[in-house]
Design a protein around this ligand. Sequence first.
Ligand code: NAD
Length: 483
Amino acid sequence: MDYPFFHVSHYIDGQFVDRGPRFDILYPATNHVIGSAPEAGAAEVDAAVQAAARAFRQWSRTPVAERRLILKRFAQLIRDHEAELAAIETWDVGRPISENRAGYIPRIAANIEFFADFAATHGSEAYPMDNGYINYVLRQPVGVAALIAPWNIPLLQATWKMGPALAFGNTVVMKPAELTPIGTWRLAQLAHEAGVPPGVINVIHGFGPNSAGEFLTKHPDVKLISFTGETTTGKIIMAAASSTLKRVSFELGGKGANLIFADADLDRAVAISLRSSFFNQGEFCLAGPRLLVQRPIYDAFLERFRAAAANLTVGDPFAASTKVGALISREHHERVSSYIAIARDSGARIIQGGTQPNLPSPFDQGNFLQPTIIVDVQPRDRVCQEEIFGPVVTVAPFDDEEEAIAIANGVGYGLSAVVQTRDVGRAVRLGAALEAGTIWINDFFVRDLRVPFGGMKNSGIGREGGHYSLEFYTEAKTICLSN
Ligand code: NAD
């Protein structure tokens, strides 16, 4: 197998710099070294933040129409490099290339384009008062934004954060996850080529505690933090940000329910459930790994779902037919597999998967796991409560709407849910009753960028998207104009 080698560098003040000890980047499908990246220490983080603070003085005052043009050039370059970026995301993450070729890269470009247009076209509030005065609101950028991303959807995360931050006039220091630094480094090159001025985008690499992540979240000149990652990390970052009162937006873990009612279209329910269970090997915050099926169709659904999961091709992420790729790392594979053992020990049954597939060399060295279905579980079981973040789902029956809602809401997370029913009234009731930031009725992972995105409970703080991003990434100033 031919491997590329990515010599990843930081991007600070418009320069690609190689400072700090280097760490290896492994291809999840074979654990072969495919590159290396430098770890930023306090000095590199400070250089990046200072560059962003200097650039802020200009970028925040750059006419919004000009910012829009520059960001649109950046987005166009992303579109022009669709094939290359699709491959990079597979090298980084181990996700099947077929997924990355099916609209993933245009979605990344759209994150930049949407906010470039939104910032340029969005109005402001004005309130003429009875006494002839006028109150109006100015929205101004906040300053240097620290953007910290996880490893599961790196390109989507990077642009989802950079797009609004930059469009509304902030400058950014972005830290991709240490396991997936390649894509964001490549994005920085494209931004550079597009003419994004030096210091407006900075990308630094490294780890969390006592490394780039921690130094960034504690830096006094960082004014706001958009973080996506684990709930436990969010708590640490919130504490780190508190002494300098930084504004935070957190998109954290999830444990979504997928409620399938007896009146659902069974074929469609199976197809949607396959995606909500196994997209990105289940390493997806929005996944619906808790399938709850109304009793009259429980057996029929389970048999069809099991057969469909057994049919998913697991293996070489660059093979066109592959549907399930590799988990991100050996450690994560072990962690996910440990939940299968926990389920067995608590008396549950594994009716599909549960083991590493038998793959030819070099994929026998990769972090593969068969799509796994667990039944005979109780709602309080650990596998039904904790985020597993892999291709491991539980399926359990329920009798009525009330019971389904109680089980669905009976977890600490509240990011997303899927409801499958043909009863409009029920869809409306469930939409109101479920404790989740996003609820899909008869579909999965479809979203307009104008709606709020974020989680309830342990799944996050705040919302981003459309004017919710505007609120997070700007200061609102009220001007009272007398007559
Ligand atoms: P993680 O929390 O371990 O790491 C996320 C990022 O935070 C990485 O860049 C990491 O280096 C950095 N980090 C870690 N410790 C830090 C610290 N002390 N200070 C500053 N930065 C620190 O998460 P992960 O394992 O990379 O990603 C998986 C998690 O992300 C899952 O819980 C998943 O649900 C969540 N996620 C949530 C969403 C969402 O939109 N809600 C989207 C994708 C992933």
